[in-house]
Design a protein around this ligand. Sequence first.
Ligand code: NAI
Ligand code: 15L
Length: 271
Amino acid sequence: MTDAATTKPFHRLLLTGAAGGLGKVLRERIKPWAEIVRLSDLGGLGDAAEGEEIMCCDLADNAAMLALLEGVDAVLHFGGISVEDRFEPIMQANILGLYNLYEAVHKAGVKRVVYASSNHATGFYKNTEVIDADMPLRPDGFYGLSKCFGEALSRYYYDRFGIETVCIRIGSSFPEPKSARMMTTYLSYDDLVELLRCSLFTPRVGHTIVFGTSSNDTTWYDNRKAGHLGFKPKDSSRPFKHLFPDTAERPGDDPATIYQGGPFVTAGPMY
Ligand code: NAI
Ligand code: 15L
């Protein structure tokens, strides 16, 4: 953590999934937080810029993950399968990968992880409901199930070893909403970065679950149980309202419009 010889809060911060949609955004935005940002993915990271280290590896490779975590102070875990898929690749990247990550975190003495969980851990709640972090998990597919596993695994490593994790159930973090549903789940990149900042720098987070959306006009989430993070989103999906004028006219018998997980609830299983 803070070192008298450095001016940035962390010496080395690891970002997994750095070649992905969010990873590319974060690669530029997290630099002020660490002297060295270690970037990891399967590949596709180009050359290291000043203040960067690149270590490509598969989350499913236990030995490579042990090496990846050496010398790391904190982790932003954004790597893995990010949509519904067959169970096998999800098992490798998101289940075995999570176990490998936390074993390596433990062995390296890392104190905090921020985990990119997903709204699909609770996607089978109806979009007429408002849920909070203590309500039972209701995954909407193998992908959502793997996020539930990550949340439970990180809880275990906190209870057993005191490793703190903030699990962010990200809604839909893209440049702009891509559907009427995303008017509710939208999380702007600026608000994502702010939520990561709160997750990394709040002094005590224990094991926290927080829903990651901007301050949209509609919400399915009650974030009061994560109030200690002090996350106050500044953006909203409102400026994109003109893109989805028929939001109020959704048909009532399509599962993709009934449940919070939207199209994910009918995407699987894919054998
Ligand atoms: P993405 O699919 O663009 O990026 C994921 C990255 O993980 C990819 O670059 C991929 O190469 C890497 N990866 C996949 N399998 C791997 C493995 N076995 N070993 C190492 N790296 C592997 O996804 P995106 O949108 O950037 O999301 C990042 C994280 O945030 C994911 O964990 C996703 O589940 C989560 N999330 C994202 C949301 C969004 O709206 N973008 C919403 C909810 C959750
Ligand atoms: C997710 O978990 C996915 O990673 C992302 O690609 C989006 O589809 C998002 O959820 C969503 O629900 O819109």
